[in-house]
Ligand binder design. Sequence first.
Ligand code: PGA
Length: 250
Amino acid sequence: MRDFICAANWKLNKSPREAVSFFKEFLPIVEKSNSQSKILFFVPAIDLWVSQEILRDTEIGFGPQNIYSKNDGAFTGENSASVSKEIGCTHALVGHSERRSLFFESDELIAEKVKTALEQNLHPVICLGESLEERKTGKTNEVIGRQLKAALSQVDPEQKVTLAYEPVWAIGTGEVATPELAEEAHSFLRSQMNELKGSAFSEKTSILYGGSVKPDNCENLAKMPNIDGFLVGGASLKVESFSQICTAQY
Ligand code: PGA
């Protein structure tokens, strides 16, 4: 019923030329598999154009790793949601923990970005997750509950978004959350969505897990009832590992 999604987050990696050679190797592998997963790529902004040239006739979605809340104006260095849409992007990543911590994005700004993405018919994949300190001090639910409430504050229950639960301590560390621990957070997020937006919204919204996902841990994570796919950083940079994650039988 919910989409099972395998999404790549390339971060600040791969030139347009490297992106093209990745897709040329990757596409035949997924095309001949009978994978049921929906595949997405969040690429550096400078790779979006070559990505659309290759991906536009496929079922694969793609988009920027960040958009600004305004579509145009004096905002040097930002990415426009409306321009992303114009060149064929389908999705936008919003509120990644690196944006929150390194670029000081607030819950309020993230809420504005989610609204802007939806207005432009870009499907937002909204990231949230607690730091190690927050987990150790028992604040996980408080933090992800707050992030969720803010991010959905301007979302209508009829609209479609995707969540990505990414505990900060698991991102790029090799320390993946156990399936049980991830499931606990996912089921909490599901129940919060139910309270905030109703059961139809919470049931249709896929919740991805992100943080050190690899071919050897994805299948066990996917057995959990509230884990509806993955947001993959490091392991999405190699065709071999990302195609294994996308073509695994979940
Ligand atoms: P990772 O990154 O898979 O390298 O841990 C995930 C992410 O930051 O989205």
